[in-house]
Design a protein around this ligand. Structure first.
Ligand code: MNH
Length: 180
């Protein structure tokens, strides 16, 4: 996972809880990186998952909830750093349809061989978008948070359900997003 994901997680922990919690996570997890991340370098996914798991132990918040909250926070950090992607798309649906074809495609030019998911979409009705997420990392809880972060950015109310999940054996995770 790229360092930008780790630095954003560090920021979220310090901002939402405090620097002592960040120090205490490093103390408990003792990550190989020592907690020093550069945005474009790669760091082991396990390091992030170990820190989220430790944060769950220390706060009592379930890991899935922490990953979803991190997804929302991460979206705003990514959208801030790469505002061109949201600037170019007039609304949430058009933005979400562009993740694979535009955003993640551009990410390949901005970051050395990123580990990106594949995201397909269907639009059965004007106000309904179906997103299919596939990744060996099975981070559908992060995807859920990123989508909610994007809806927040576009000030668009959504109703979202996940109708299939790789953690239940499906070959991809499916999100049904309704603009309400
Ligand atoms: Mn997106 C990972 C860029 C919006 C889904 N995304 C990443 C990474 C970058 C990135 C960089 C880290 C790649 C790596 O660690 O090697 N993503 C963006 C940018 C935007 C963005 C610049 C918009 C601005 N991404 C979105 C949205 C979704 C999404 C919206 C919602 C489905 N991205 C993901 C997921 C991952 C990811 C999920 C984690 C990797 C994986 O699941 O395999």
């Amino acid at each position: 996972m790229k360092g930008i994901v780790f630095t954003t997680f560090n920021e979220m922990v310090e901002q939402e809880i405090g620097i002592d919690m960040w120090e205490s996570l490093l103390e408990s997890v003792k990550p190989e990186s020592g907690g020093i991340y550069t945005s474009i370098e790669d760091f082991p996914d396990q390091e992030l998952l170990d820190m989220v798991t430790e944060l769950s132990h220390k706060t009592g918040t379930p890991v899935t909830e922490l990953i979803e909250a991190f997804g929302q926070y991460l979206f705003h950090a990514l959208a801030f750093k790469h505002s061109i992607f949201t600037d170019q798309k007039p609304n949430l649906v058009e933005f979400l349809k562009s993740i694979e074809s535009v955003i993640h495609k551009e990410v390949h030019k901005l970051y050395q061989n990123p580990n990106l998911p594949s995201i397909d979409w269907e639009q059965p009705e004007e106000n309904t978008l179906i997103l299919h997420y596939h990744s060996p990392r099975k981070l559908c809880r992060l995807a859920d948070g990123l989508i909610r972060g994007a809806a927040d950015h576009y000030k668009t109310k959504i109703k979202m359900s996940q109708t299939a999940c790789m953690h239940d054996g499906a070959d991809r995770c499916t999100f049904v997003i309704e603009i309400v």
